[in-house]
Design a protein around this ligand. Structure first.
Ligand code: LMR
Length: 334
């Protein structure tokens, strides 16, 4: 009788732990873009890989399209632990206090995905992710989107065509300076509100990789798109550091492996997704797509490269020097 009682009381005592052990660890992954974009697809891919590789011990819940948090709120939510994983664009780390990430926003700094890769896989890429730790954030990987082009409701061939235009930007001082260099009026607007801002005329134009333009239907409210490809937009996948470091080591390792595979996937599909989106924009017939001539693109380059020097004090002399070294970019040879 005594033994039975003892077994019963032990069972009652350990039951909650047994139940807890069966509950999967939940990772909330919030992002602001549509599901059928490079980031949206890669986030879903990671969720699937994480479930497979941890045999269901981890459940990644993906919240796309600003459905959980918007641009402004998501970084804070991550630091507070309300969400565990994000992939903000590299242009959105200034408000977190890591403004060196804006080095990726410098106009014309990368001439291909290859030159970009030299930075994300090189010492600077690593060093930048390391800077996040002091903010309670851990950087896991860089994911591509692509190269940004300008759109507006009036034709864009030369830099002067954007003079006086109100242009939506992400929260980056480098992008602000870039628009000022064109004589435009930059306006920071959260990604989820861009369509409406364009539709109602709060702003006249914007810049984005085509995958973002198309999946947010911005092409329906922008008459002209010029393939300037003047700057890069990509992401850093980040997690709450305390959460990540508190994971059981075997699970963390499996998630790191899942992330490695997802990064490979993200960077494989990005260009294809942008090419398909461009086809979609062209087919829609709502936006006139213009390919600038060599001379026209060079005029944009000449107008925008001085932004590098102007922003040197913000992103740091050494950071600028390092990115020139890794990409081979020479501001004196345009
Ligand atoms: C934007 O705000 O334009 C982009 O950062 C959105 C995104 O996450 O691709």
């Amino acid at each position: 009788m005594k033994l039975r009682k003892l077994i019963l009381s032990i069972t009652i005592a350990i039951l909650p732990f047994a139940v807890a052990a069966q509950q999967p660890i939940v990772i909330k992954f919030s992002h602001v873009v549509a599901v059928d974009t490079p980031k949206g697809k890669a986030a879903d891919f990671f969720a699937k890989k994480a479930a497979d590789m941890t045999k269901g011990r981890v459940k990644v819940e993906v919240y796309p399209n600003s459905s959980l948090y918007k641009d402004k709120e998501e970084m804070e939510a991550l630091q507070l632990g309300a969400v565990q994983m994000l992939a903000p664009s590299l242009a959105k780390f200034g408000p977190l206090g890591v403004k060196e990430f804006e080095v990726f926003d410098l106009p014309f700094i990368f001439d291909s995905y290859d030159s970009l890769r030299k930075v994300t896989l090189g010492p600077l890429g690593k060093q930048l992710l390391g800077k996040l730790e002091a903010k309670g954030v851990k950087g896991l990987a860089y994911w591509d989107n692509g190269f940004k082009s300008f759109s507006a409701n009036t034709p864009i061939k030369m830099p002067a065509d954007l003079k006086g235009k109100k242009m939506r930007i992400q929260s980056s001082k480098v992008l602000e300076e870039q628009m000022r260099a064109l004589g435009s009026l930059p306006q920071v607007i959260g990604f989820g509100e861009v369509y409406q801002a364009l539709q109602t005329g709060v702003v006249d134009g914007t810049e984005n990789p085509i995958s973002n333009l198309y999946t947010q239907k911005m092409h329906e409210v922008q008459k002209y798109l010029t393939l300037t490809e003047h700057g890069y937009l990509g992401y850093a996948v980040i997690v709450n550091k305390k959460f990540w470091e508190g994971l059981p080591p075997d699970i963390r390792k499996q998630l790191e492996d899942a992330m490695e595979q997802s990064t490979r996937y993200a960077n494989q599909i990005a260009k294809v997704e942008n090419d398909l989106a461009l086809e979609g924009v062209k087919k829609s017939g709502k936006t006139q797509v213009y390919v600038p001539t060599r001379e026209e693109r060079l005029a944009f380059k000449k107008a925008l490269v001085p932004v590098h020097q102007k922003m040197e004090s913000r992103i740091g002399k050494d950071t600028l020097k390092e990115i020139y070294k890794e990409t081979g970019f020479d501001p004196n040879k345009l």
